[in-house]
Structure formats: C-alpha cells, structure tokens
Design a protein. Structure first.
Length: 264
C-alpha cells in the first residue's frame, strides 16, 4: 500500500489563519507588531522566516492561546516554550490551593472549575445539586458542565427559562470555538444544539424588563424555584497551558429566597 504523505503545518498558514480569525488585516498586525506589512505578507507566504521573538510577538498581538502558540513555534522550527502539566502534578500545588480556597470560600453556593472543553476539574459540595437525578452515563469521566447544563435528562429538563439560557450558552460556545480554534468545542456545540425538548418552544425571545440586570438560571427544585446568575474567573498571568485553560464558574443567588434556600 502506498504511504500517504502528511503535510506539515506551515507557520505562514497558521499565522494567516489566526490573523483572519481575529479579523485583523496584514497592515493592522504590522502596525501592532512594529514591522512592515510587506514582512507580514512574506511570513504568510513563506518568503521570510520568523525569529522566535517574532513568533512570540505576533502570537501575543493576536491573543493566540498558549496551546496554539506552541504550535506556531514548532511550525517555525522552534521548540515549544509553554509547558502543560497535570492539575495533580506537584508543581501545581499553589494552583490547587488557590482553587480549593475559592471553591470552599464560595459555600454555601455552587462553584466549579472547568477546563477549555468545559470538562469538570473540581467542584465544591454545593455543586452537587447539578448532579441530582442525572443518569449515570452523564456522570462518567470526564463530566462536561455544558452537557449537564442543557441535557434534557439533566439541568436542561429543570430550567424554567430554558429557551433563553440555551440560546445564551450556545452563542457563548460557538464564539469560544471560533476564537480558540478548538474542534472539541465545535463538536460540543453541535451536540448540544441537537437536543430536543418536547413541549418546549425554543424560539421564545426574552425581552428584558426594566428591573432585569442579568439572565438568571431559573431552576425547578422540588416545590421551589432557584434563581441564580454566574461569574467566570481565570488566572491572570498564566505561562502553563493547563492553567491558561482553567476557568472558575461561581453561582450566585439572584434573590433572597434562593439565598435562604442555600443557607438552609
């Protein structure tokens, strides 16, 4: 059988892809990187070879994720510079301590830590509410928080304002897939978009009222309705791929009734 040649990624192709993904012209990128537009053109066509410093500078200007900065470096003939450690690695103890403190400090309200694909990395005890009554197959590792949020047999079946929350989450996921070039997110988006909810009109458009500030999650919990909103935090100056992809999502009560339910 004849071997099929695998085409290596060229630096020029990757640079052009990220520039177009960010909707930046060659001239705009050249101005930000303090080089000529002609030089950017030569880099993209392969007529010029970048230095390692230039690869790093262009990646910074284009806000390329660390994982893909390593790919840019390798395609230009350099070794990757950003390590990727397991969260449980000894060197990550300081990160684990910070995460544990944030998760514990947010009790009695739920908080979770997720990776770039929205897979669960850690959670506090209050986040167990999202697992209640969920089929075992959805709780197999890795547990995906987005999947739990919208699956009809998980939170998707308990959200009283499913249409607006679903629209928001799908838009967020699609945007993240486009900005990060992460194929896993694109596949996850398509999976979640395919879920059906008998009897639920997904085309309902919510018109914000005068008192609205945020889109809440309105969750049926027995004879009560829990109303929450979320915030997402990331590490500010990561130089490790894993740390750069971690996000901490904290859930907050949207009204006193919800706060009281969690305190109780």
């Amino acid at each position: 059988m004849e071997a099929v040649a695998v085409r290596e990624e060229s630096f020029g192709d990757l640079l052009r892809s990220w520039r177009q993904r960010r909707r930046v012209s060659q001239l705009d990128l050249a101005i930000e990187a303090d080089v000529s537009a002609r030089h950017i053109s030569f880099l993209e066509t392969g007529r010029a070879r970048p230095s390692r410093e230039m690869v790093m500078k262009l990646a910074e200007e284009l806000a390329v994720p660390l994982r893909h900065r390593n790919r840019l470096l390798v395609s230009a003939g350099f070794a990757p510079v950003y390590p990727e450690r397991e969260v449980r690695a000894p060197e990550m103890e300081v990160v684990r301590r910070a995460l544990d403190k944030i998760l514990a400090g947010h009790e009695p309200y739920p908080a979770v830590v997720v990776d770039a694909a929205w897979n669960l990395v850690a959670a506090n005890a209050a986040a167990g509410m999202f697992m209640e009554g969920v089929p075992a197959e959805l709780l197999k590792e890795p547990i995906n928080v987005m999947r739990l949020s919208l699956h009809p047999q998980a939170m998707g079946g308990r959200l009283l304002n499913l249409a607006e929350v679903r629209a928001h989450l799908l838009h967020q996921l699609r945007r993240q897939a486009e900005m990060s070039a992460d194929g896993r997110l694109a596949e996850l988006h398509d999976e979640l978009a395919s879920y059906t909810y008998p009897g639920v009109d997904l085309n309902v458009a919510h018109v914000p009222g005068p008192a609205d500030i945020l889109v809440p999650l309105r969750i049926a919990a027995g004879d009560r309705v829990l109303s929450m909103f979320t915030t997402i935090a990331t590490f500010g100056t990561p130089v490790d791929v894993t740390v750069s992809e971690l996000a901490i999502e904290t859930f907050w009560p949207n009204d006193e009734e919800t706060a009281a339910a969690f305190r109780g």
